[in-house]
Design a protein around this ligand. Sequence first.
Ligand SMILES: [Zn+2]
Ligand SMILES: [Zn+2]
Length: 168
Amino acid sequence: MTAALEGGCACGAVRYRLDAAPMFVHCCHCLDCQRQTGSAFVLNALIETAQVAILAAEPVRFEMPTDSGRPHGVYRCAACGTAVWSEYGGLTALRFVRVGTLDDPKALAPDVHINTRSKQPWLELPAGIPAFEAYYDAQKVWPAESLARRRAILPPRSVATGVPAGRQ
Ligand SMILES: [Zn+2]
Ligand SMILES: [Zn+2]
């Protein structure tokens, strides 16, 4: 990545900068993501929380209901309500940054499509990008460098069992 990516909410109160390229980018087609965004899918850039610099107001956490019972916090601008990232499963070191909140949202394209069983039927997925009906095994899909970064921030138990950091 040549330049750090910046982004923010609709009103401009929340501003952030990604100080590294994301480890991986998810396009999630699950029904929770459709409902929470009001759109067909969500684009999440997975990156270390330590690599997300807060440049202005801190977003506020909202708890989302989950089927699994594992916590899902969505972080929103307190003033305008734009969701800028999620935290799944209590993994505070990992952020799922909403790609659409980047100043240049086309800067990051999906590395994987997940939960395609609930994909909108009119949407055709591109050839050549991995796609999974539900979740997937990062060990088989992520580049080695990203796996190493993930190992460095996840609790050892998650690494050993391969339990995904989050469903989305
Ligand atoms: Zn705002
Ligand atoms: Zn989802």
